[in-house]
Design a protein. Sequence first.
Length: 128
Amino acid sequence: MFQLLHVPALWFHLLVLPSVLCDNLRCYYSPVLDKQAEVELIVTECPPDELCYKAVGRYGNHSALSARGCMAKRDCKQVHKLRFRGTVYTMTYACCDGPYCNSCPAVTAGLLSITLTLVSVAVAAGSL
C-alpha cells in the first residue's frame, strides 16, 4: 500500500514540478489546417530553448494554411515546401518569445479585455 503512494509523488516530481520551477514558455498549438477552418487553440508548454511560432502556408499569392506551436530558435524564419491534400504550399514560420504570442491580435485583444473586466469586477467586489 505504501508503495502505491510513491507513484503519485514520483509523477508530481517528474512531470509537474519541473514545469512550475522552470517556467517554460506557453504557446498556442494548432496543426496545419486550412486558414478558414475554425479550430480551438490548445495551450502547450514549450521545451526549454524553444519559442512560439505561427506558420502561414501560401499557394501563389493566396494565404491558405496556418499552424501554431513551439520550435527551436534555430529553425525560426525558415521557409519550406509542404504537400497538403495534394497541393504544394510554401510554409513560412515566424517566432516570438512572449507567453501566448502566437495568437492572432484580435483574440489577444479580446482576451485582454475580458481579463481586465473580470479583474476589475473582482477588485470592486472584494473592496465592498
